[in-house]
Design a binder for this molecule. Structure first.
Ligand code: ASP
Ligand code: MG
Length: 406
């Protein structure tokens, strides 16, 4: 069975010489099983953080071309070391930088996007029995400068290479066993999912992002490249993330994600006239602040309340903008609440089932958890609640939807 597999290993998987040897064993095993393997690596352990810190020590606002030239070096170290470890096992490991292979990106330094991957050279190497070991996280722009893809970008490199080579799957090795029904640190009954769709993984964003870069999931979804998330520490099949097909079961709820790093802002007494929402959120987005949940109330006496959530770190800046704006709207009160958490239940089976929301709300009511905001999409229901009830909410919802059972 001659399969082409791209294996991407994250920082913890290659954190030291011992770990690199363990990864070399994993790769060697797959080659012995008859697969053609292409490896993509992150930098060792926390080395990218250290490089970033070094650059900030010199200049808090470094020139981004030089920043990329610096932070891309972490991956050059890990690929060379793994190539050596493979050679020790009589496997023709050979390191390549994105530059050597022609992974072309746009010119947005520090968060570039991959435009295309030249496959001729990699294919030649593979057919001569080489296991290419490629730097993740980086590319080159049309000027021939090194670019990087943003934190966690090696996942996207792995997927992009898998797509370009038409691999059978892209395996992303990390330090967890895969994707769970909820964060196992928050509830020990969390169960490892065997399969999940791209769409669900994207909707479980806060939980998903702990496991892999969501941009990589978007990329894989666009080209229908299956991703398998698995541990390089423990043996196991991990979680397969793929396009939904007819044969797949449709669980009503596949997973529960939670986020406790947002704050909720409310502007009261907003005139109920066209254009107001745009007027409020325009300056917020111009300030580079990302908005998550947005709720506008039904109006009473021609005014309404406008509520939204942002990352807690942006709450003060957003509050300042609202305070200024409130004057032009007649001085309505601005309220900020950082004591919140957002819990979402996600499942592709929700489309075909009614009553999921009421079951969710009932479970929360039984625990006397008060709901502050509710939003829904086709396959997701989210509630904002008090932060100290987050764990209880996860537990009661996980139990209510029997997520510990397959
Ligand atoms: N080494 C880079 C980072 O830490 C890229 C990656 O790990 O995916 O962000
Ligand atoms: Mg990573």
């Amino acid at each position: 069975m001659n399969k082409l597999i791209v294996k991407k290993f994250g920082g913890t998987s290659v954190a030291n010489a011992e770990r690199i040897e363990a990864v070399a064993d994993l790769v060697a095993k797959s080659v012995e099983d008859g697969n053609e393997v292409v490896v993509v690596l992150s930098a060792m352990g926390k080395s990218t953080d250290e490089l970033i810190k070094l650059s900030k020590d010199i200049n808090p606002n470094p020139d981004l071309r030089e920043y990329d030239a610096l932070v891309s070096t972490g991956e050059q170290i890990s690929v060379a070391l793994l190539a050596m470890a493979l050679q020790k096992r009589n496997i023709k490991g050979k390191s390549f930088t994105a530059y050597q292979l022609g992974i072309r990106t746009n010119s947005v330094h520090s968060s570039a996007r991959i435009l295309d991957v030249q496959v001729k050279k990699i294919k030649e190497e593979i057919s001569s029995g080489v296991v290419p070991v490629i730097t993740g996280f980086q590319g080159m722009n049309d000027e021939g400068d090194i670019t990087t893809l943003g934190r966690g970008g090696s996942d996207t490199t792995g997927v992009a290479i898998a797509v370009a080579l038409e691999a059978s799957e892209c395996q992303i090795y990390t330090d967890v066993d895969g994707v769970f029904t909820t964060d196992p640190r928050l509830y020990d009954k969390a169960r490892l999912l065997k399969k999940i769709t791209f769409e669900e993984m994207l909707e479980l964003s806060s939980m998903g992002a702990k496991v892999l870069q969501l941009r990589a999931v978007e990329y894989a979804s666009k080209y229908q490249m299956p991703i398998r998330v698995l541990s390089s520490f423990n043996a196991g099949e991990g979680t397969l993330i793929e396009e939904e097909d007819e044969s797949m079961e449709r669980p009503i709820v596949s997973g529960i994600s939670s986020i406790d790093s947002e704050a909720k802002l409310t502007l009261r007494g907003v005139p109920d006239i066209p254009g107001v929402a745009a007027k409020i959120l325009g300056p917020i987005s111009e300030a580079g602040i990302e908005v998550d949940v947005i709720v506008q109330n039904i109006s009473a006496e021609n005014t309404t309340d406008f509520t939204f959530t942002v990352n807690e770190a942006d709450a003060a800046a957003a509050e300042a903008i609202l305070l200024e704006m409130s004057n032009s709207f007649g001085g309505g009160l601005v309220e900020v609440d950082s004591d919140i958490a957002k819990i979402s239940i996600v499942g592709r089976g929700m489309r075909a089932h009614a009553g999921i929301a009421s079951k969710m709300f009932e479970a929360l009511a039984n625990e006397e958890i008060n709901i502050l905001l509710i939003t829904t999409s086709e396959i997701k229901i989210s509630v904002v609640i008090k932060r100290d009830s987050m764990k209880d909410a996860i537990v009661c919802l996980h139990d209510a939807f029997d997520l510990d059972k397959e």
